[in-house]
Design a protein around this ligand. Structure first.
Ligand SMILES: [Ca+2]
Ligand SMILES: [Ca+2]
Ligand SMILES: [Ca+2]
Length: 395
């Protein structure tokens, strides 16, 4: 039987929940040449959203997908909980394109989401699948600026009745007093937008903040700087032998009052070569918290999700990381990786899915990842405009 025959438009209330183009099982294939770790199966979970970026799991097997380019958030539904999304509907729309729909989290019956200069919460009060109540919780006057330029993506985390948010450096590495800018810091607020507090400083660009399971620890991956060796590498006729491999990206455990070194320090408190004459370098280093784990330079690890399920052996408490791949002359990233944890500390990393064929050909760029209700992992790819599912299937 043609699986298409199962797919009929679902009309709920006044809103047509248009079906996915095809059931996931027979939708677009995984591109030939994508490497998947032994014991795991990769499939296309959603094929039909152009340029999907950020993901959040919601109730009733709903996956929220932001599409910044179109100013909307789409809700994909797995109506029968079998792991295949039958329908998708626009949950939030009409936002100015490219105003960033980045951080998203389901909390207390609403989808909370971040934009360039706001944090809002949206909910569906009449069950038609579309948000009809959309309330701004924080606006430009309260938030660290998300002015265009530099690293404008806004992280969002809600934890223990606080909102945590961060916007990255306005340039590659802005040398200014710590107190001069609200960027490069994590701020927290009460859920009604009051009680603004500084949480941590010295970040360059941590696009997602997450809580380690069973703890109140806030973790994130900081993209470190470009052009580290540019002054020495000159006209690049010798390539970028320093910058290509340095500095590492950082998996950080962000603590209240912590300082993480940017822009003066990189990696494990190595000086940023561009500030080598700053007399305060050693003082900064004495205050800085070093990363808990280092990732490859320029891997553009946008996102991580801690695994809380039991469907992947020994993975509970490990972090899965979406690495979009970035600016190095030699291509790095373009993968989903797993950082292994023991006793709360990372001790190893392995690739789970590699979208870089023969180290040169790009077959996908993972942007965000989240855990699905069935214990598999979902991650978005804005290169192939797909959302993938990675499932443990055993040997
Ligand atoms: Ca289903
Ligand atoms: Ca509604
Ligand atoms: Ca740092």
């Amino acid at each position: 039987m043609n699986p298409r025959s199962f797919v009929t438009p679902l009309i709920v209330g006044l809103v047509s929940l248009s079906p996915l183009a095809q059931p996931a099982a027979r939708s677009a294939d995984v591109p030939a040449g994508v490497w998947v770790r032994d014991g795991y199966a990769l499939s296309v979970a959603v094929d039909g959203i152009k340029l999907p970026r950020f993901l959040a799991s919601g109730p009733n097997n709903t996956l929220f997908v932001s599409v910044p380019k179109e100013g909307k958030i789409i809700a994909c539904r797995d109506n029968d909980g079998d792991g295949t999304f039958e329908t998708m509907a626009t949950f939030v729309e009409g936002k100015a394109p490219n105003t960033i729909l980045q951080g998203m989290q389901w909390h207390d019956g609403s989808l909370w989401y971040a934009q360039l200069n706001s944090i809002s919460k949206a909910r569906d009060t009449n069950g038609d699948g579309k948000a009809d109540e959309d309330v701004a919780v924080l606006g430009a006057e309260q938030l660290p600026t998300g002015a265009r330029g530099g690293h404008m993506w806004r992280a969002l985390l809600i934890h223990q009745n606080r909102i945590y948010t961060h916007v990255g450096d306005q340039t590659n590495a802005t040398d200014e007093p710590i107190e001069a800018s609200e960027r490069k810091k994590i701020w927290s607020f009460a859920l009604d937008g009051s009680d603004k507090k500084l949480f941590a400083s010295g970040l360059r660009n941590s696009e997602k903040l997450v809580v380690r399971p069973g703890t109140n620890e806030i973790w994130g991956i900081d993209h470190d700087i470009d052009l580290l060796g540019a002054k020495l590498e000159g006209d690049k006729k010798f390539g970028q032998p320093i910058t290509d491999h340095n500095p590492p990206a950082e998996l950080n455990h962000y603590v209240e009052g912590g300082f993480y070194g940017h822009p003066w320090l990189v990696g494990k408190n190595a000086p940023n070569l561009n500030f080598i004459n700053d007399p305060k370098l050693v003082e900064y280093a004495s205050k800085a918290t070093i990363p808990a784990w280092l990732l490859p330079a320029h891997c553009s690890a946008n996102s991580l999700t801690f695994y809380t399920g039991d469907k992947i052996p020994r993975a509970h408490g490990d972090a899965f990381v979406a690495q979009r791949g970035g600016s190095a002359t030699a291509k790095v990233g373009y993968c989903l990786s797993r950082i292994l944890f023991e006793d709360g500390h990372p001790y190893g990393e392995q690739k789970m899915v590699n979208f870089l064929k023969n180290r040169t050909e790009i077959l996908g760029r993972p942007v965000d990842c989240t855990q699905a209700p069935d214990g598999s992992l979902l991650f978005s790819d804005d290169f192939g405009s797909k959302i993938y599912r990675l499932k443990y299937v055993g040997k």
